[in-house]
Design a protein around this ligand. Structure first.
Ligand SMILES: [Zn+2]
Length: 90
């Protein structure tokens, strides 16, 4: 059973993700707060410097469709590094 209550939400605008495109082939996938059709690789690193103002925040984001992930990225890992990831059913 869902229990509800009335709340006041002030009007505002914000940027929300509408869709995601594959960075390799450009395939467009609709985004509904999540998508099961996109692979996201995110590198987020804070590199401290001598002083706080010298610190760097490095962020790299790669979005791929499942086809490019399997046929391009995983194929490259296998060819270049002979790496084959574990395939786990959940
Ligand atoms: Zn793709």
């Amino acid at each position: 059973m869902r229990h509800t209550k009335t709340v006041t939400v002030p009007e505002h605008t914000e940027e929300i993700t509408e869709y995601i495109t594959c960075d390799l082939c450009g395939a467009k996938k609709q985004y509904y707060g999540f998508t099961q059709e996109t692979v996201n690789i995110r590198y987020d690193c804070f590199i401290p410097g001598s002083f706080v103002v010298d610190a760097k925040h490095e962020k790299i984001v790669v979005d791929m469709c499942p086809t490019c992930f399997k046929t391009v990225f995983l194929a490259w890992l296998k060819e270049k590094y002979n790496f084959v990831p574990d395939c786990v059913s959940i």
